[in-house]
Design a protein around this ligand. Structure first.
Ligand code: TLP
Length: 345
């Protein structure tokens, strides 16, 4: 059996030995009845980390984003989203399906929407048009290759929201990657939004779970929404325990993933067919165009897989993500495989 180097996503990270031990030893209760002490500890830690009043442990980032949209909107309203955002493109239409609102996509520069474009897309309700009630941001931005959205952009969008009575939600699935790359504390990003979600199960390596963070009143409403969506879990301290380790011990090492992603980008950018400017790789994700005279994207992925390298097709190109379970040797192996398939330039 081939021992794969798995660059498909940072979601493939396996829990550490310490996480597995913490799972086995976790003190648990019934979280739906509100008495799982390990979940409570994680929720308090998440709220404190982000400088917000309260947090809600959710099974997935998608559910946390769904709850956030539902808790800030009413039916017949509209939500401004960045056109490549995960919440708009990759979460199975929950905005319409669950919240009864329509997304209004806005173009951006690597995930940062121009404040002028945001203002131009705010709609006041009349018999024809919906009211805009929410703006969604994403940082880092997955489909812009893990780009870091600048803090100034957060400030500008906060001001627009305040001027127009709107709320701001941040899909911060990888907010710790943004913080590690930019040096901006997570609390600083969080201070400009009304709610944010972040994932424990991506680069931070917990087996499951995402946190939704906001004011206490909205989080209590969110708790009811989570139950309605079937996300109330019972002795879930077993999943909160590795989440606590993710938050307290796995953040600093994300920097290593960024170094590896940049190295991989530099090495393969010179090969025929690969379209990437290594300078655009800011965190753990690289998305490159692939235009080869004889090899299609799917054929390339197949050839890579045969040689032990896993990656994903996205946006007509290829995505590779570095994480805890791919080290320097996996990056070297990937570079070697690319050279074997494509030859040197
Ligand atoms: N992203 C996954 C896939 O869905 C593509 C990945 O492999 O990157 N927000 C962002 C920015 C995300 O990247 C993801 C997951 C989510 C939300 C949803 O999180 P989950 O998978 O926990 O529902």
């Amino acid at each position: 059996m081939i021992n794969y180097s798995d660059f498909r996503s940072d979601t493939v990270t396996r829990p550490t030995e310490k996480m597995r031990k913490a799972m086995a030893e976790a003190v648990v209760g019934d979280d739906v009845l509100g008495d799982d002490p390990t979940v409570q500890k994680l929720e308090e830690l998440a709220a404190e980390t982000m400088g917000k009043e309260a947090a809600l442990f959710c099974p997935s980032g998608t559910m946390a984003n769904s709850i956030a949209v539902k808790m800030w909107t009413n039916i017949l309203e509209e939500v401004i989203v960045e056109e490549r955002s995960h919440i708009y493109n990759m979460e199975s239409t929950h905005m319409t399906f669950i919240s009864g609102v329509t997304p209004r996509p806005v173009r951006s520069e690597r995930g940062a929407m121009d404040p002028k474009d945001v203002i131009a897309n705010i709609r006041k309700p009349n018999v024809h048009t919906p009211r805009t009630s929410l703006i969604c941001l994403e940082n880092t931005h997955n489909n812009w290759g893990g780009s870091v959205v600048p803090l100034d952009n957060f400030k500008a969008i906060r001001k627009i929201a305040d001027d127009n009575g709107l709320r701001v939600h941040l899909d911060g699935a990888r907010i710790f990657n943004a913080s590690q790359a930019s040096g901006v504390p997570v609390k600083e990003y969080a201070s400009h939004v009304d709610s944010l979600m972040f994932c424990l199960s991506k680069g931070l390596s917990a087996p499951a779970g995402s946190m939704l963070v906001a004011n206490r009143e909205r989080i209590e409403f969110g708790r009811r929404l989570r139950k309605a969506l079937g996300g109330g879990m019972r002795q879930v301290g077993v999943l909160a325990a590795p989440g606590i380790i993710a938050l307290t011990e796995m953040v600093d090492r994300l920097k290593d993933d960024h170094v590896r992603a940049k190295k991989l980008a530099r090495e393969i950018s010179v090969l025929p067919g690969i379209k990437i400017d290594p300078a655009t790789v800011e965190t753990d994700i690289l998305i490159f165009g692939f235009e080869h005279p004889t090899i299609t994207v799917s054929a390339m992925l197949e050839k890579m897989k045969e040689k032990g390298i896993l990656a994903l097709a996205v946006l007509g190109g290829i995505r590779m993500v570095t994480h805890k379970d791919v080290g320097d040797e996996d990056v070297d192996r990937a570079v070697k495989v690319f050279r074997e398939i494509l030859g040197r330039s």
